[in-house]
Design a protein around this ligand. Sequence first.
Ligand SMILES: Cc1cc2nc3c(=O)[nH]c(=O)nc-3n(C[C@H](O)[C@H](O)[C@H](O)COP(=O)(O)OP(=O)(O)OC[C@H]3O[C@@H](n4cnc5c(N)ncnc54)[C@H](O)[C@@H]3O)c2cc1C
Length: 384
Amino acid sequence: MHLIESALSENHRAVRDRADAFATDVVAPRAGEIEATDEFPRDVIEEAGERGLLGLLLPEEYGDLTTDFLGYCLTVERIAAESGAVSETVQGHTFAALPIARFGTESQRERYLPDMADGTAVGAMLLTEPDAGSSPSQLGTVAEATDDGYRLTGQKAFGTNAGVADVHLVVARKRPQPDDSHGVSVFLVPSVEDASGFEFDRVEYMGMRGHVTGDSTLDDVAVPAGNLLGEIGGGFRIAMGTIDMARTGLGAIGVGLARAAFDDAVAYAVDREQGGSPVGEYQAVQVLVADMYQQLAGARHLVYSSASAIAAEQGDTRASSAAKLAGSEAAEFVTRNAIQIHGGKGYRKGMPVERYYRDAKILSIIGGTSEIQRTTIAKETLGL
Ligand SMILES: Cc1cc2nc3c(=O)[nH]c(=O)nc-3n(C[C@H](O)[C@H](O)[C@H](O)COP(=O)(O)OP(=O)(O)OC[C@H]3O[C@@H](n4cnc5c(N)ncnc54)[C@H](O)[C@@H]3O)c2cc1C
């Protein structure tokens, strides 16, 4: 169940091999410990950077290997098959680095991108607020203009890598609001340690343990004028400019989790005997295996086709929403039934399948919930 080899370029194969070596040699041996301790695996992220996996989508000067969006999806899919937390950390970091690469000034790019590419600096995008989730246009965080910059005040909810990041892309509304621009803007806020008035409370989640997110409070946090990313009022375009990629990438993470659960379930169904037969010989189990395969393969095709379209600069919103929706649903369906096939052992703490199941659940919420993806697909289809 792979992409037809001939559809992959030399570059895709090189990226896939590198991601495979990282996932096998670095992530797999650490996945259980990351889950058990819930500690942010900074050294694993640094190793991803050292191996060139954090600069894949950045301009060539920031890494020895760059690729297109399909290469990126192959990478996060492979990492997710070992650790959802590490893949989600890489995804959150990537979608903080990309806006800097696209909209940053030369000096902002020079300041942040080399360290973000080699993993010594981690990035986070803080858009969501306690009262602004699925409808992020109602943001309450403000950036008061001062003589030499801005002072940010407000609350942000969630935000992958928030608190452990070295650079936070904070979406806020400039005050006073310019006459010609009513939109929000993006401000580069340093680490919690380096920004007075910036506090972060980590919140524990049911899955993706080791990946960090929580509640951020900005209380009159001063940033210099040079920390405005892009233009005043251009924040929504920056935050949403990579949304098709971000959604497709989340779909790829879902495919990675589903694939790991599927492989474990198939091996178990062949191995485990009950009533004198391997459980995989019972038709009821075969139905589960067939439905799991169908969901996984379908999601993978949607993700690869959206990723290939983005790589060819022909990405479209409906295709990326469908990729994200399918990847999330496949992840939930396949991981749930992988536990089912493992019987009582699947429900046991410490079994990879129960971790995959808890990790998978977040995918139908982040980056736009499944309800929002369905609404988007329907609106695009109906021309609304
Ligand atoms: C682990 C984790 C990591 C995250 N990472 C980030 C990050 O890096 N950056 C960031 O900015 N945010 C991040 N988020 C926030 C995430 O994107 C939001 O949680 C998500 O967009 C949903 O918003 P909400 O939680 O406020 O739910 P709500 O918007 O309050 O939704 C509640 C329910 O109502 C439904 N609903 C709401 N509006 C509509 C509508 N118009 N049509 C149909 N149904 C609707 C939703 O589908 C959902 O079922 C993260 C969240 C988590 C849990």
